[in-house]
Design a protein around this ligand. Structure first.
Ligand code: KG4
Ligand code: ZN
Length: 347
């Protein structure tokens, strides 16, 4: 029953969590930087790394305190060392190495994308029951602000990339469409809410499928279609007035319907390709109510994380680290921060 401290700092959240036995979450502390980046409507890397430096020690202390765990009770220290922003990654990696060395316990390196998939295994609270394990092979979808990719998941350690966005991530499209509509950052949760009041059929936005067999994604055309709808098409007269509140709801609903249609269609293709017995969905956009409702109609079990584990967190890292530890996969103290994911496409 290993007790593992996880550290996450790949993008704009500084997070620490203690997880027992790979699933039981004793603490889940997240210092978000949303307010720092909101005025830029996106994450500014240099601001992110500075904020991580300020946050990392208080977040680590709080993660241990909330869990009621002393340093000498830890069996390992885990860190998401890839993929992410280099300055952000370095803060978490340096903290994890230093702590592992200081307490003489193994360091475990976790891939952030793989951890998003693993997040479906985590308990809601320290005392709640473990969610059911997915049956393998599974199709995995990681959809967030930085990633939109499909995986063939044969086990938690055997994950193969089978499709990815060729331009924007779906969460990025949500955030940019929100900016076009004059909504706050991050736009995903707001568009999700506005869409539930809107008519998804009033405006039809394009669904980019990239060919019959393709498992790749493209969201930039959809994003531009919304931009032209709201601001006018270049070369043609601009529309007279900005959209009113009802039209914003309807645009949000039409945009969300297009995103969800494409995600569901690609998941169905991937299920056929992989011969999947279940579907795993993780990442910030896996909180989306429209996506959850649409996937409820699949004929296979679909595993979602609890909403608090959809966006970046350290519990998913500490959890996945137990799998690595059980397999003797520990990391050297000269571990590097790496900007790209370990999971690659194999032809
Ligand atoms: O996983 P995450 O915290 O960061 C990355 O690894 O990128 O995901 C953040 C993204 C943002 O783009 C945010 O707008 C989106 O997830 N998001 C949502 C929802 N909640 C968060 N998108 C659609 N619907 C939601 N309910
Ligand atoms: Zn993430």
């Amino acid at each position: 029953m290993p007790t593992i401290l996880g550290i996450e700092s790949t993008c704009d959240e500084t997070a620490a969590s203690v997880v027992v036995d790979g699933v039981r979450v004793l603490s889940n502390v997240i210092a978000t930087q949303v307010e720092l980046h909101a005025r830029y409507r996106g994450v500014v890397p240099e601001i992110a790394s500075r904020a991580h430096i300020e946050n990392i020690l208080p977040v680590l202390r709080e993660g241990l305190r909330d869990a009621g765990i002393e340093l000498n009770q830890l069996d390992a220290v885990a860190v998401a060392h890839r993929p992410g922003l280099i300055g952000s990654l370095l803060v978490g990696v340096t903290a994890a190495k230093t702590l592992a060395w200081a307490i003489g316990k193994p360091l475990i390196a976790v891939d952030h994308v793989q951890a998003h998939l693993y997040s479906v295994m985590l308990t809601e609270t320290a005392d709640s029951p473990a969610p059911p394990s997915p049956k393998f092979p599974a199709v995995g979808l990681v959809c967030s602000g930085g990633h939109t990719a499909l995986y063939a998941v044969n086990s938690w350690r055997d994950v193969r990339l089978i499709g990815a966005t060729i331009d924007d991530a779906v969460g990025e499209a949500y955030d940019k469409v929100a900016a076009t509509l004059g909504l706050e950052y991050p736009g995903g949760p707001i568009i999700d809410r506005r869409a539930s009041n809107g008519d998804p059929k009033r405006f039809r936005f394009p669904r980019t499928r990239l060919g019959r067999e393709s498992l790749d994604f493209s969201f930039s055309g959809l994003k531009t279609a919304v931009l032209y709808h709201v601001k006018g098409v270049p070369g043609k007269p601009l529309r007279e007035a900005p959209p009113d509140e009802t039209e914003i709801d309807d645009i949000a609903a039409g945009f969300q319907a297009a995103c969800v249609d494409v995600l569901v269609e690609k998941i169905k293709r991937a299920i056929r390709e992989v011969g999947a017995k279940s579907v795993i969905v993780g990442g910030g956009v896996s909180a989306n109510r429209g996506l959850r409702a649409a996937l409820a109609g699949l004929h296979l079990p679909v595993h979602f994380p609890f909403v608090k584990y959809c966006t970046d967190n350290a519990a998913m890292c500490a959890g996945l680290a137990a799998v690595h530890l059980a397999n003797g996969e520990t990391a050297p103290l000269d571990l590097d921060a790496v900007t790209y994911s370990r999971i690659e496409r194999s032809e």
